[in-house]
Write a new protein. Structure first.
Length: 95
């Protein structure tokens, strides 16, 4: 049986994987993720610049999109600027 991860645990694992993958990566080295940090930032920047409000819980998206795909794009775009530590983006959704 596979253990189910909480969203927080999954976030921590993904953050660690990105940190390790980009650690020490420099020009001329093979790209460990198939893209560099700069490539990743450029790709996310192409998704637009969503409106956010910084709250104690993180960076809340100010959006009313109904499409899960569009919400995922806005959440990815709200990751910028990439820094070592910052409040993660989130969106409140209704059932």
């Amino acid at each position: 049986m596979v253990a189910k991860l909480s969203p927080t645990e999954l976030d921590e694992i993904l953050a660690l994987q990105l940190t390790v993958a980009w650690a020490g990566e420099s020009a001329g080295e093979p790209k460990r993720l198939g893209c560099s940090r700069d490539d990743f930032e450029s790709m996310i920047a192409g998704l637009g610049k969503p409106k956010i409000q910084v709250t104690p819980s993180g960076r809340q998206l100010e959006t009313t999109v109904k499409s899960p795909v569009e919400l995922a794009r806005q959440l990815a775009a709200a990751l910028l600027p990439l820094t070592a530590e910052y409040p993660l983006p989130y969106a409140e959704v209704s059932a």
